[in-house]
Design a protein around this ligand. Structure first.
Ligand code: OGA
Ligand code: ZN
Length: 373
């Protein structure tokens, strides 16, 4: 598709393409985004917007090869790459290699269809890394297999994406039955479906749980897609869905070293009304403090979501084997485990997190590199 025509309008430039589409670029936008306003090395904006007249006027626009040459009334001239105009049409979302639309799933996905990827390939090959990350972004849950039997093996895979997110439980954490636990995960009790650390202002993004041993009776892992549950709740009970989006509830974790709390809603939407985050952890939900008049309907809504976390329509059960690592979007996929009997064998998971920002950054870099080769 080629840019065929530029028309100067009183306060804008109208560009038309060969596929009969057009876009209107306000003159202020053109001055604000003139490529000469960027630092040549860092590509950060150096231009001070307030040095530009409040109502800049475009006098002339010409096509010159790969550039649109724009001359303004103050004799300033911009050379705009045509590709920039094509990809940044006002009102149109720009393509982002870091953003992938999630594909919601329910129990019928079946544990056997959770995408599996090989640790050794991810470690050495960017294409394998990209394929695994795409599945992890879209499904929200993948399994990496054939990890080496040491606690740094899972961390090394996570670090192929980016740096680790440190929390009050450390940069990495050992999920084992501990004598003096500060977290239910460090016991042998069942953990109902939950998201980790909803008490943080921004809960950790992707979670990595590398299984080093799972010899005890019990201890299977549970997963469910929180976005699918939210979508169904919206269809079945829109009022409950709205309450879970609109009303913030307290989440708190506290021990001798930390007291971390926040008020946030269970469901967060983006500007387009799409679900982008679930915070759900019955153990870390604090004491509800919304207006008492709203409480009965809030409890009804909260219980409706909670009931979905117990509904077999949504959950998958996977008994991890030593050498496997589950990777999932902790702000989307709820996870849990069955109780286990520590007298029957050892169970040891090694965990860490990488935030969504590092994940999307790596996806963009991988896409740029793939384009360049
Ligand atoms: C956790 C957790 C699950 C498991 O550590 O947050 O949920 O399988 N662990 O032990
Ligand atoms: Zn957890």
């Amino acid at each position: 598709m080629t840019l065929t025509n530029l028309t100067v309008r009183p306060h804008a430039l109208v560009a038309s393409w060969s596929n009969h589409t057009s876009a209107k670029f306000p003159t202020m936008w053109l001055r604000d985004n003139c490529p000469s306003g960027l630092h040549p090395k860092t590509r950060e904006r150096m231009l001070d917007l307030l040095t530009i007249d409040e109502a800049p006027v475009l006098r002339e626009a010409q096509l010159d090869g790969e550039f649109a040459v724009l001359t303004y009334n103050d004799d300033y001239i911009s050379h705009f790459p045509i590709s920039l105009l094509s990809t940044h049409r006002p009102g149109q979302e720009t393509f982002d290699a870091g953003t992938m639309a999630p594909k919601f799933w329910r129990a019928e996905l079946n544990a056997s269809n959770v995408p599996r990827h090989m640790a050794t390939l991810i470690q050495i090959d960017d294409q394998a890394l990209t394929a695994w990350m795409h599945d992890t972004a879209i499904v929200g849950l993948t399994i990496v297999e054939h990890l080496q039997d040491n606690i740094s093996a899972g961390v090394k895979i996570a670090e192929r994406i980016g740096f680790l997110r440190r929390t009050n439980f450390g940069t990495t954490f050992e999920v084992i039955n501990k004598p003096d636990p500060n977290n239910l995960a460090y016991t042998s009790v069942a953990l109902p479906l939950h998201t980790d650390l909803p008490n943080q202002e921004v809960p950790p993004g992707y979670q990595f749980l590398h299984c080093l041993a799972n010899e005890a009776t019990g201890g299977a892992s549970l997963f469910a897609d929180g976005f699918a549950m939210a979508e169904d709740l919206k269809a079945e009970d829109p009022e409950a869905f709205c309450l879970l989006c609109d009303i913030s509830i307290p989440f708190r974790f506290h021990d001798g070293d930390a007291d971390i709390k926040i008020h946030k809603p269970v469901i967060t939407l983006n500007d387009a009304g799409e679900v982008i985050e679930i915070r759900y952890n019955a153990h870390l939900a604090g004491i509800f403090d919304m207006d008492s008049d709203i409480m009965p309907s809030y409890y009804k809504a909260y219980r409706a979501f909670m009931a979905k976390t117990r509904d077999p329509k949504y959950g998958l059960t996977i008994k991890l084997k030593a050498g496997e690592m589950v990777v999932f979007d902790n702000r989307r996929i709820l996870h849990g485990r069955d109780s286990f009997d520590p007298a029957t064998g050892f169970r040891h998971l090694h965990g860490c997190y990488v935030d969504r920002g590092e994940f999307t950054s790596r996806l963009r870099l991988l896409a740029h590199n793939a384009e360049a080769t």
